[in-house]
Design a protein around this ligand. Structure first.
Ligand SMILES: [Cu+2]
Length: 438
């Protein structure tokens, strides 16, 4: 093992490479509740039989307890106030206060019990998408079980004989569009080859929320808010990768549209689907993978080139945030638009939300004489301060003006910069813990 590589694993053990990209409080919570086998893997994931946990940026893992040989999880469906952008909070539905729901991670061969509680105002159930389990556990109202009434509990129990990227969701269409989905990852008995150093999960969702409204229109066919793990860019926490490492990215889609997810600056191979690992003979280079509704696509790549590389849905309308909430009924005037006027309009918009500065790209002095103007002008809005976190440290000023909609970035960082961010994350986690204790 080379020195750099060994150091990588040592750092991973110290800082928890598996916990990158998660908010500090979630990280502390996860470490405390992490199942023993996971914690061991986390400390020393090079040990035989150990594996690297998947990280779901901006979403916590669901802790489990052991009952004999059974892994027991508690999951409650409930309404969730979800901040999807610095200036937009919606009334979504999810699980355990989270939307998407918390990530469940198990091992192939595990016996799993999920004690499910319905805290919604209507009946629901839980479907285990992609899992080969007995029909009584399939979670389809009226077909495989009675719907779980509000206030009731229901226990699901099954053995996971598969490996791969699965998910759980309500088997009721409108509830799905209210946000009721979460990851269910089954780690393989024998680690995949080649091994990865980073494993990240992203859930794709879309929302139709009218200006000044908070409740998604689940019957809509057009969507104005597009999210990765429940947040729109630039609020999505950047993914981190050490230069030279191998990265796995698992993408799951539950919405009304198929999303072509594109990675900048690198080529990847699709190593798995919602059905499990794909044989290496099927891998071929690409950089955009179409993730259809109800599908999972697992891609892997070598993080060869340093930089902040976009990961985003490439549908043009999915690379935007609805500005209508800021504008409300005050449309930005575009007739006789000048740079100075545009800037003052954006500043007045920004005052309605707590942005410390705004920014837009320059326009030509005779812009209003060009048919078609404006297109992207005035759409980009820098809000670096409100979305600042350890993972955004060192990004160029106004980076957030280039990030909108179903978008995040993977920051491929040389040793020194990577370690600087890990140290910041650690310091923040420690101070958050102290705040918690006092
Ligand atoms: Cu899309």
């Amino acid at each position: 093992m080379s020195g750099t590589r060994r150091r990588f694993f040592q750092d991973a053990a110290i800082f928890g490479a598996g916990l990158l990209g998660m908010s500090e409080s979630l990280q502390a919570q996860n470490e405390k509740h992490m199942p023993m086998r996971l914690r061991e893997a986390h400390d020393e994931h090079t040990a035989p039989g150990a594996f690297l946990p998947m990280m779901t940026p901006d979403v916590a893992d669901l802790p489990c307890e052991m009952d004999g040989g059974v892994k027991v999880f508690n999951l409650a469906a409930e309404p969730v106030k979800k901040k999807i952008a610095p200036f937009k909070t919606i009334d979504a539905w999810g699980y355990n206060g989270s939307c998407p729901g918390p990530t469940i991670q198990v091992h192939q061969g595990d016996r799993v019990r999920v004690i499910f509680e319905n805290r919604l105002p209507e009946s629901t159930s839980l479907h285990w998408h992609g899992l080969e389990i007995p029909i009584e556990q399939d979670g389809v109202p009226y077909i495989s079980q009675k719907p779980v009434a509000p206030g009731e509990k229901y226990v699901y129990e099954f053995t996971v004989h598969q490996e791969g990227t699965f998910f759980y969701h309500a088997h009721s269409a409108m509830q799905e569009m209210m946000g009721q989905i979460g990851f269910f990852v089954a780690h393989p008995e024998k680690d995949y080859k080649p091994r990865v150093h980073h494993d990240y999960g992203l859930i794709l969702q879309e929302w139709a929320v009218l200006p000044s409204n908070t409740v998604p229109n689940t019957a809509a066919m057009e969507y104005n808010w597009l999210t990765f793990n429940g947040v729109a860019a630039p609020m999505a926490t950047p993914l981190l990768a050490r230069l030279g490492s191998r990265v796995r990215l698992r993408v799951v889609n539950l919405g009304m549209d198929h999303h072509p997810v594109h990675l900048h600056g690198h080529q990847f191979v699709v190593t798995g689907t919602e059905g499990g690992r794909a044989p290496e003979s099927t891998w071929y280079p690409m950089n955009t993978v179409l993730v259809g509704v109800a599908q999972a696509r697992v891609v892997e790549f070598e993080a060869k080139y340093p930089g902040a590389w976009m990961v985003h849905c490439h549908l043009p309308h999915h690379m935007m945030n609805s500005m209508m909430d800021l504008l409300s009924d005050r449309q930005i005037e575009t007739a006789d638009q000048t740079d100075v006027k545009a800037m003052s309009q954006m500043e007045s918009l920004a005052r309605s939300v707590p942005f410390e500065h705004v920014h837009h790209a320059p326009i030509a002095t005779d812009a209003e004489n060009v048919p078609g103007f404006p297109q992207d002008a005035f759409m980009e809005m820098g809000m670096d301060e409100v979305v600042e976190k350890a993972e955004t440290y060192g990004l160029p000023k106004n980076w957030s003006a280039g990030m909108m909609g179903m978008m995040t970035m993977i920051r491929v960082l040389p040793d020194k910069e990577y370690e600087a961010i890990l140290a910041r994350k650690k310091a923040r986690a420690t101070s958050a813990e102290h705040r918690h204790e006092s």
